[in-house]
Design a protein around this ligand. Structure first.
Ligand code: NYM
Ligand code: MG
Length: 212
């Protein structure tokens, strides 16, 4: 029979502290892959467009108070509500470039003193990224960039703890890039990692679930 298998897309996540440069690199990478004719879409967490996302956004703006575990589970639910759509896209050959994922979920919540294993538990069963690009920047350096906004968590002391928790989460899917390099240098390193990842996934690397 004539079965044309579509090679799957890659799940590529960018992580890092606030002001580490993730969002700019995500959009640059998406444009680059598009220019190369690779089917790709951008997404980000929190996805503030859903009703769960609006609760998160209100909380981040300090316009509501939520118990630490409650907001943790809302961030997780915000990924769960996108899981099946993400799987469909990946299986249809579309690569996803994601600005923050479960690592943000765990690193930020654990910085409030929640147990890290407890934080990881609700992420279990989400799609595991094929590649995590971590833009590493000293919290002090990030704080020098334009200052922080007025959202919750955007404070130097807190970001120091987040950096320590990110360190505990590093695994074999992570590629760490020095976030203090020029935008262009970072961009070319991101491109190189992403192209390699896309080609490995195309060759049939299986889609797996968290945690790995
Ligand atoms: N954040 C993000 C969490 O605390 N948990 C999560 O699961 C995710 C995805 O939200 N300071 C935090 C990290 C950021 C804040 O994200 C808003 P952004 O990328 O600045 O919109
Ligand atoms: Mg932010």
């Amino acid at each position: 029979n004539c079965h044309l298998a579509i090679s799957r897309g890659s799940l590529i996540v960018l992580e890092g502290l606030d002001r580490s440069g993730k969002s700019s690199q995500c959009s640059r990478l998406v444009s680059y892959l598009q220019e190369k004719g690779i089917p790709v879409e951008a997404c980000r967490f929190p996805d503030r467009s859903t009703s769960v996302g609006q609760m998160i956004s209100t909380y981040l703006a300090n316009e509501s108070e939520l118990d630490d575990r409650t907001i943790h589970l809302l961030f997780s639910a915000n990924r769960w509500e996108k899981r099946s759509l993400m799987e469909t896209k990946l299986k249809n050959g579309i690569s996803l470039i994601v600005d923050r994922y479960s690592y943000s979920g765990v690193a930020f919540s654990a910085s409030k003193g929640l147990n890290i294993e407890w934080c990881k538990a609700p992420e279990e069963g989400l799609i595991a990224p094929d590649l995590v690009i971590y833009l590493e920047i000293a919290p002090e350096k990030a704080a020098e960039r334009d200052g922080y906004g007025c959202e919750r968590y955007e404070q130097l002391e807190f970001q120091r703890k987040v950096a320590q928790n990110y360190n505990l989460l590093r695994d074999s899917t992570w590629k760490v890039i020095d976030g203090c390099l020029s935008l262009e240098t970072i961009e070319s390193q991101v491109r190189e990692q992403a192209l390699e990842c896309v080609s490995v996934c195309k060759k049939g690397k299986p889609l797996l679930n968290m945690w790995l």
